[in-house]
Design a protein around this ligand. Sequence first.
Ligand code: ADP
Ligand code: MG
Length: 241
Amino acid sequence: MLRLENLYVRGKDTSYIVKGIHIHVKPGEIHALLGPNGSGKTTLLNALAGHPNYLMEGTALFNGKVLSKLTPEKRFKEGLMLLFQQPPSIEGLRLYDFLKMVWLTQKELDDDIKNIRLFNNDLKKALGSVGVKEDLIYRSFNDKFSGGEKKRIELLQLELFKPKLALIDEVDAGLDVQALELLKSRLKEHVKAGNSALLVTHNFDVLNHVKPSRVYIMLSGKIIETGDLEVVKRAHRAWND
Ligand SMILES: Nc1ncnc2c1ncn2[C@@H]1O[C@H](COP(=O)(O)OP(=O)(O)O)[C@@H](O)[C@H]1O
Ligand SMILES: [Mg+2]
């Protein structure tokens, strides 16, 4: 599903931030990426999603397609979605309109009454399963939302758009206990449906629960340790001592 081989990423005006990494995610797998701040995790995820400030060199394939040849929109339509560490706010763009537009685009449907009704049904279900109050979606996108609300909106999008591969950047940071439980159960459902995730997290409670197939520790743009959760727990302890 996702094949990264000897992948380098740099900013338009920077030297390499990600330096030759290998990651291979298959359908139904969660891979976890750990590492101290500034190691390049967010840069990697942004580049994969198509952020225009980053350039990739080496191999980055998604479902056999060369990612750098696809626009961010095409990547999303192919099934790749980024959940932000710091979700942006957009004043003047109603969350409802944004979700509707993306939903219609993803399904290649027209903006007619029948389709809007289908969208409304889907949205209602998704709102229920992530516990987002309906009045939030009639406000500007994330504008003056609390940190926790913004994170729940990211989960709402996971639920609504069901990406084949979710790139999840520290969505657990800033979640309350209840929302963390929700994240854990949503991730399990996500994988059960045959979808995958590349999960950046420092939260061992989440990791213990989702049982990633593979865990990587990243430092200064390189993957310095790879293994199952137990191997990485030992490395993590050693490196925190
Ligand atoms: N567009 C950019 N321009 C300059 N430096 C950047 C840019 N993007 C990321 N960096 C730098 O790259 C390093 C890795 O950042 P980041 O990917 O956010 O790390 P992490 O998510 O692991 O904390 C940091 O030193 C950051 O300041
Ligand atoms: Mg980051």
